[in-house]
Design a protein around this ligand. Structure first.
Ligand code: ZN
Length: 318
């Protein structure tokens, strides 16, 4: 979800260790579940969140054949600076549950992060720098299962060595690959919002859980699929890059293919990744507002999205 590859380490620094406690929730729905309770905030127990997250992943699994259980969950009982996030290098989803009462309302965010995992599945097959590294990424999943999903890790688990190995892997991508990630991120965010909407059967699932929206500020509309809006961030915000064609994309492409969501998501990821991988070198050289215009124009032509009316200016979500 960031311009550079975002790596979420699963180890607490020594300074925070004294105030934190790790709880392990035995599960078959994920690689593992860790709850990292900061003792200065209300404590979360497995019974508070586990069944809800397991039900959520079962629900998400209905729309895709990508194995979502190959995800390691690390739950925090405090606000994370960047909110919830998925790191494909470590197969780890960091989940921000600072307010247990609102967990059900935040499920759209969980499904959005699962969307990144589904996008990565195609990325790992299409982009050579990722394909080459898959054995190490899969080995890390094994490590998490054996060493990080239980309070009694197997003999031979060495967090320090593994930490340095995964850091090395993260640092091993080329500068050009970083440029590709920068260009593909807005597509990835758009894709993840589509996944959240499909799972929850609500075109505005993500828009509705944004803070602006819950405060009745319609600034959240740029994440809605019920309308095309103006990209008020002029291409600088990866979440708003495709706001001007969101409704057209949904009505003119997604809705027409929603009978087979697995096929739809594969095709969509193919298009988005091909678009960004084929053009990232030239797009990266442009200023953001300009690359946004170029990318939108290309996508509209390629996906045959006919704009029926000008961007909707009426406020309010459907
Ligand atoms: Zn995201």
């Amino acid at each position: 979800m960031n311009k550079i590859i975002f790596l979420v380490f699963t180890f607490l620094s020594a300074s925070t260790w004294a105030e934190s406690k790790v709880t392990y929730c035995p599960t078959n729905s994920f690689i593992g579940i860790q709850i990292r309770n900061n003792l200065n905030f209300p404590i979360i127990a497995c019974s508070d969140v586990q069944s809800r997250l397991e039900m959520a992943v079962t629900q998400a699994q209905k729309i895709t054949t990508v194995d979502l259980s190959k995800t390691f969950l690390v739950i925090y009982n405090q606000d994370l600076p960047k909110g919830s996030a998925y790191s494909w290098v470590t197969s780890t989803m960091s989940v921000d549950i600072s307010d247990i009462q609102s967990t059900d309302n935040s499920m759209a965010v969980f499904h959005h992060e699962m969307g990144h995992k589904i996008y990565f599945e195609t990325l790992s097959k299409v982009v050579p720098e990722v394909s080459e590294r898959m054995p190490k990424i899969l080995a890390h999943q094994d490590y998490l299962k054996k060493c990080q999903s239980t309070s009694t890790p197997e003999i031979g688990c060495d967090p320090v060595q593994t930490n340095s190995e995964i850091q090395k892997l993260n640092d091993s991508f080329s500068k050009q690959f970083d440029q590709f990630i920068y260009i593909t991120t807005p597509y990835n965010e758009l894709f993840a919002d589509i996944v959240a909407s499909l799972v929850l059967d609500d075109v505005n699932a993500i828009a509705k859980v944004m803070a602006e929206c819950t405060n009745s500020d319609y600034a959240c509309e740029y994440r809605a699929f019920s309308k095309n809006t103006i990209d008020k961030f002029a291409g600088e915000n990866p979440y708003s890059r495709f706001s001007p064609i969101r409704r057209d994309l949904w009505d003119g492409y997604v809705a027409l293919r929603s009978d087979d969501t697995d096929k739809l998501l594969k095709e969509l990821a193919d298009v988005f990744i091909d678009e960004s991988y084929s053009h990232f070198v030239e797009d990266y050289k442009l200023i953001e507002g300009m690359s946004a215009l170029v990318e939108i124009k290309r996508l509209k032509t390629r996906m045959n999205l006919n704009v029926l009316e000008s961007p909707t200016i009426k406020y309010g979500l459907q």
